[in-house]
Each structure stands twice: as C-alpha cells, then as structure tokens.
Design a protein around this ligand. Structure first.
Ligand SMILES: NC(=O)C1=CN([C@@H]2O[C@H](COP(=O)(O)OP(=O)(O)OC[C@H]3O[C@@H](n4cnc5c(N)ncnc54)[C@H](OP(=O)(O)O)[C@@H]3O)[C@@H](O)[C@H]2O)C=CC1
Ligand SMILES: O=C(O)C1=NCCCC1
Length: 340
C-alpha cells in the first residue's frame, strides 16, 4: 500500500485507546475489548495493515450484525491426553486462546505435544500473536483456522475455500522466534479490501472476476474469487486447514461459515487449531543443544542475502514502539466515526 502526507501519526497507546473506545461503544464486554485490542495493536505495530486498525471496521459490521456474542465466557475443557478444547460460545477467538493457553503449555510439557481446539469462535485475527505466545514458552507452535469461502480451488473458478492461514513458530534462545504466518490464498483478503479502499489495482494472480477471468480490479476479485498461492500446493494446504481446523475438531468449513453469514458481511465463525510441541518430549536433556543447531540454518539463509520470515515485522515493531505508526486519513476517519 502507498501512504501519503495526509496520513495520521498515532502512538501505539493512541491505537489501543481508539480500539478500546470503538469496541466498547459497540457493546463488546471489557475482557473481549482488551483481548481484541491486543491483536489490533499488534497488527498495526508490526506493519500488518490488513489486520490492524482496519479490522475495527469489520468488528463493527460483525457486532452490529449480531453474529458475535459480545460477552461470551469461554469454557475450557481439559480432555484426555494432550488435548484441550475451549468453547468460545460464539465470542471472539482471542479471549478463548488466552484462557486455553496455560493448559496447552502445561500439557505440551507433560506429553511432549498438545493441541488446543477453539470451537464456535468468531475469528478475524492474524495468527502470529498466538504463535509468539507459544514460542515464548520455549515450545514449537503451529496454528490454523478456516475463514469464509472466498477462494477458488486450483483448477476451479468458483469460491469454495477460505483464505485459511498457516502459521509456524520456532523458539530461538536470545532472538525473536522464527515465525511465518500466511494465508493459503495468494494474499489475505484484507489486503485486497485495502486496495479497493485506496482505489489501487491488485497484482495479477490474486483473483479472478465473477466470469472466471483474471483481473487486477480489487472489487472484481472480491466479487469473483481469490486464487491460492502456488497453484495446487496452496490449494491442498488450504484444504488441509479446512479439514484439521474444521471437521477434525467438530467445527465449520469456510463454505459452512459463509452460508451461516447469510450476507451479513461479518467475520468468519468456526474453529481454530493450535499445536504446541516441546522439544524435550523428543530429546529430554539434549533438547537445548539440538535447538541451538537450528541457528546454523538461519545463519545460512541470511548469509545468502535472503531474509527470515517475520524479520520485516520485527523491524516494524521496533520502529513503531519508538516512533508510533501512520494510518491513512480515510481509514482513521472511518474508525473515529465508530467512536464519535
Ligand atoms: N484469521 C484469518 O482467517 C486470516 C488471517 N490472515 C492473516 O493475514 C496475515 C497476512 O497474510 P498474507 O497476506 O498471506 O501475508 P504475506 O503474503 O505478507 O506473508 C506473510 C508471511 O510471509 C513472510 N514473508 C513475506 N515476504 C517474505 C520474504 N521476502 N522473505 C521471507 N519471508 C517473507 C512474512 O514475514 P514479514 O511479516 O516479516 O514480511 C510473513 O511471515 C497473516 O498474519 C494471516 O494470519 C490471513 C487470512 C485469514
Ligand atoms: O484477510 C483475510 O483473509 C481474513 N482475515 C480475517 C478473517 C477473515 C479472513
């Protein structure tokens, strides 16, 4: 996205205050306001515009549509073995993740591996904040969630799959973790929505129009179908997300979520799966020395002039923490209108 001189400069405290004010005004219960605000601030702070302040506009549509339970109290279910389920009871996923995390970590340490299923949640967030919460405990992390059926399977032309992110984290002693977190579509839908708001074309390969023709028109791609990244490879990964964070945990596919939405334009409803792995489960007392060997791999990648995923994000974070962020004026005005 391009930014111009009319952008508004905000400190991260101002972003948080704006988010709290908007969500409270929309009637969201205080515990959810705090949990959702943390991810909105994280998105803006880390330079992920598609999942920062912009999401407050989608929260407004979702809350006004009645598709999210404003004061849902998540229920944690301590299942046998390494399994944890949290029933979000129709609320936003963030608070459920917070409530389920301690047991996920405890079970991963006890069993070597543990899985947290969040059910019946409304999900609109990037996954890296949750991945980082798990890697901060010295655990390897994976996370998945379906969304709404907006993406055509490779070889098809009609929307069926979600934008279905896949995220992974690896703890690194004394360093930021190695984290990647991306949609299995060529790009997150939020990014195309931001292009439409800015009146900018999208790159070829992101979407097709309603007639199945390649398009660089953001609105036409949103009305038609998004494309997977890497053709059949992203398509298969996307189906995996549908399965393991849908039927496997007793929750919705992206097509089922969109059908339930019934045109309300609310955020997706369904499940999320988070897996935590304790290296000590495989390696006992030798875990640390093997984890340290991963550093050679990271050094070799960087040594070729390539960058690690999330490096840009961590640099953006460092900058934002001292300098704050810049938000397009129109977006700022639209979000302010939720408060004023
Ligand atoms: N809740 C939901 O249903 C959904 C959420 N999302 C979220 O949207 C966000 C954005 O997704 P998406 O549009 O696919 O993101 P990107 O295509 O921007 O890719 C994101 C990942 O790839 C890394 N990356 C990008 N460029 C490079 C590079 N040149 N070298 C190495 N690594 C690179 C990024 O690191 P860096 O950040 O440092 O650039 C990041 O880890 C994600 O956080 C995702 O969770 C997406 C779909 C649905
Ligand atoms: O940008 C996306 O793609 C999504 N983000 C939040 C939830 C819906 C899909």
């Amino acid at each position: 996205m391009t930014y111009d001189e009319s952008d508004i400069a905000l400190s991260l405290e101002e972003v948080a205050a704006l988010s709290r004010a908007a969500l409270s005004r929309l009637g969201l219960a205080p515990a959810h306001v705090e949990a959702v605000t943390a991810t909105v601030v994280a998105g803006e702070r880390d330079g992920c515009a598609s999942h920062g302040i912009y999401r407050l506009l989608v929260c407004a549509d979702t809350l006004k549509s009645g598709k999210v339970a404003r004061d849902a109290e998540p229920v944690v279910d301590d299942r046998a073995g390494g399994v944890v389920r949290v029933d979000a009871r129709g609320g936003y996923a963030q608070l459920s993740f917070q409530r389920g995390l301690p047991l996920l970590v405890e079970k991963a340490r006890r069993n070597g591996i543990a899985a947290l299923a969040i059910n019946d949640c409304v999900h609109f967030a990037a996954l890296w904040p949750e991945i980082e919460a798990v890697t901060a405990e010295g655990l390897v992390a994976l996370a998945f969630t379906p969304s709404h059926a907006w993406v055509a399977p490779a070889g098809g032309t009609r929307p069926l799959l979600g934008t279905n992110p896949v995220a992974f984290g690896w703890p690194r002693p004394g360093e930021h973790p190695f984290v990647f977190d991306f949609a299995t579509s060529a790009v997150a839908r939020g990014e195309i929505e931001l292009h439409r708001r800015a009146g900018e074309p999208i790159p070829a390969g992101w979407g097709i129009d309603a007639e199945g023709r390649p398009t660089t028109d953001a609105a036409a791609a949103l009305d038609g179908a998004m494309l997977t990244f890497g053709g059949h490879k992203g398509s298969a990964l996307s189906v995996m997300v549908e399965l393991i964070a849908g039927p496997l945990i007793g929750d919705l596919t992206s097509a089922e979520s969109l059908a339930l939405d019934a045109g309300a334009k609310a955020s997706p409803i369904g499940g999320e799966l988070v897996i935590a792995i304790d290296p000590a489960g495989f390696l006992g007392g030798e875990a640390a020395q093997h984890i340290a060997r991963a550093e050679k791999l990271f050094d070799a990648i960087v040594g070729q002039g390539a960058r690690l995923p999330s490096q840009r994000r961590f640099e953006a974070r460092k900058r934002s923490l001292s300098e704050g962020v810049r938000v397009p004026r129109k977006l700022y005005d639209d979000v302010r209108a939720l408060v004023d």
